[in-house]
Ligand binder design. Structure first.
Ligand code: SF4
Length: 78
């Protein structure tokens, strides 16, 4: 399990999450920031600082945003 960044990030890309992550597992992708699910320690710090509420614990990602779980996995597996 990991936290996941969803669609509101695409228009915002505020990057507040970057400085909040204690294990430095958030990277800037092509159109949004992404969390490396193999490194994330589920601390929730990034969720708290996101100004557009784009970040969810994997189990709590809204149904219409579930593709972002696979998007992050694919980005870091590549
Ligand atoms: Fe980093 Fe914690 Fe967010 Fe995971 S939940 S990406 S470890 S700040």
């Amino acid at each position: 399990m990991a936290y996941v960044i969803t669609s509101p990030c695409i228009d915002e890309q505020a990057a507040d999450c970057l400085d909040s992550c204690p294990v430095d597992c958030i990277e800037k992708g092509e159109d949004q920031y992404l969390i490396d699910p193999s490194i994330c320690i589920d601390c929730g710090a990034c969720e708290a600082v996101c100004p557009v509420d784009a970040i969810f614990y994997e189990e709590d990602v809204p149904e219409e945003e579930e593709s972002f779980i696979a998007k992050a996995k694919a980005y870091f597996d590549a």
